[in-house]
Design a protein around this ligand. Structure first.
Ligand SMILES: O=C(O)c1cc(=O)[nH]c(=O)n1[C@@H]1O[C@H](COP(=O)(O)O)[C@@H](O)[C@H]1O
Length: 292
């Protein structure tokens, strides 16, 4: 039997738990604020607390691999435990690794995150299309095979991204629009079935008006930048327009700063998910609001 596609699983999770992704970003400064040591023991305590607080109630958890990798193999071991525990508790895990390389190497990255036999197997992974979208083909294929998803960097939340992503090609399209076009093609099958696609774009919530871009890729739009980078849930309709229905807002420090108290972490995440729901409801028609 073929696995349920990631897009369908994500839609179900967002409907059930609210449209929110919380990042697990164990910054050294957060470890200190939580009274934890800046070492593997601190990393482990931090990650376990976030999973305990949120994995059974938010739609998506997004461990940021860099903060685990900085502790070497023992940090990766904590990452493995974190992914497994979060999935076990019912969250979808989006590994934030932003991988990208030539196709033959990309196949190994794809196997790392999207092969069920891998200790880092996740529901989805962030990828960089800046070696050419076609170089991601092994990840696109493996994701399809295993019911996983990808989130390709299209319009990132950081201002430096513009020099690459807004660059205009010889045919007049921007680089970012080209990435969005590839994702739309990859999601076409799911769209023809009326389902959310499994191939997402990363589009920063910090970017202001994006009406010059076709964000209707048929897939999810991961929107980092809420909280510490200055965007708020109320900004989402203005930034994403009608595409806001497919937005998965992502917040890391804005929620994590409420730890280590489990109840406070939960309250922060659920409060944020409620704010997102309210903002998204603004652009829904009355018929959609009644679920008709
Ligand atoms: O792919 C991402 O998640 C990502 C893309 C992007 O454009 N901007 C961005 O901030 N991120 C990640 O989202 C998280 C943002 O963290 P906060 O600023 O603390 O909410 C970090 O882990 C970033 O690496």
């Amino acid at each position: 039997m073929s696995p349920v596609p990631f897009g369908a699983r994500l839609r179900a999770a967002m409907d059930a738990r609210g449209p929110l992704c919380v990042g697990i970003d164990p910054h050294a400064s957060l470890l200190a604020d939580w009274g934890l040591s800046d070492d593997v023991a601190g990393l482990e305590a931090f990650s376990r607390t976030v999973v305990e607080a949120l994995a059974d109630r938010v739609a998506v958890l997004k461990p940021q691999s860099a903060f685990f990798e900085r502790f070497g193999s023992r940090g990766i071991a904590v990452l493995e435990e974190t992914v497994a525990a979060a999935r076990e508790a019912g969250a979808l895990v989006l590994m934030d690794a932003k991988r990208g390389d030539i196709g033959s190497t990309m196949a190994a990255y794809a196997a790392t995150y999207l092969d069920p036999a891998s200790p880092l197997f996740s529901d989805a992974v962030t990828v960089s299309p800046y070696l050419g979208f076609g170089s991601l083909a092994p990840a696109v294929d493996l994701a399809r095979e295993n019911g996983c998803g990808l989130f390709a960097l299209a319009l990132t939340s950081n201002p430096e991204g513009q020099e690459v992503q807004h660059a205009v090609r010889a045919d007049g399209r921007t680089v970012a629009a080209t990435v969005l076009g590839h994702l739309k093609a990859a999601n076409a099958d799911a769209a023809s079935r009326g389902e959310l696609g499994s191939y997402g774009a990363v589009v920063g919530a910090t970017l202001g008006d994006l009406s010059s871009y076709d964000l209707a890729t048929g897939g999810p739009l991961l929107a980092p930048g809420i909280g510490a980078q200055g965007a708020t849930p109320a900004d989402l309709p203005r930034v994403f327009g009608d595409a806001v229905r497919n937005v998965v807002p992502s917040v890391s420090r804005g929620v994590l700063r409420h730890g280590p108290d489990v109840a406070a972490l939960r309250a922060a995440a659920l409060g944020c998910a409620d704010e997102v729901r309210t903002a998204v409801d603004e652009v829904r028609t009355p018929v959609e609001r009644q679920g008709l």
